[in-house]
Write a protein that binds this ligand. Sequence first.
Ligand code: CU
Length: 176
Amino acid sequence: MLTMRTAAAAAAATALISLAAPAVAHVTARPDEATAGAYFQTAFNVGHGCDGSATVAVRVKMPEGVLSVKPQMKPGWTVEIKKRTLAAPQPSLHGKTITETVDEISWRGGPLPDSMYDTFGVNMKLPDTPGQTLYFPVVQECEKGTNRWIEIPAAGEGPEKLHEPAPGVRLKPKAP
Ligand SMILES: [Cu+2]
């Protein structure tokens, strides 16, 4: 029988485990911190399959405000890029006007066995909104089953309570 004290200790241990879990499990962005407004390269780390089944596709949705997106080319994987029209056209570095941006990237291939990990890189230009955390919902398709890493924490909450959190990238202010 659980006393109040052991229940609290168990809850604390669970909290610690869930805080530590994203480092070894789930799908996470590494690095997960960047300077707002900067060009940034990260990679989505796929640490396991779907309940033991090998991964055959990784689909990443790009959040609002992210521009100049380029996925990493990966041998053994076919890359598909879906675009969306921007609400407001943006000037580009080269004096042109950008009217669309990448909406979703899919890598299909592998299969990536559950016993191994892989990383799926993306280059992008970040919005100039320091203090914001950008979330990149990821759908992981496996030979059997699908993991939807699409949960976004409520304002003021961390991702540790979520079952399948979306990878996040925190935007820091520019150094003065
Ligand atoms: Cu996991």
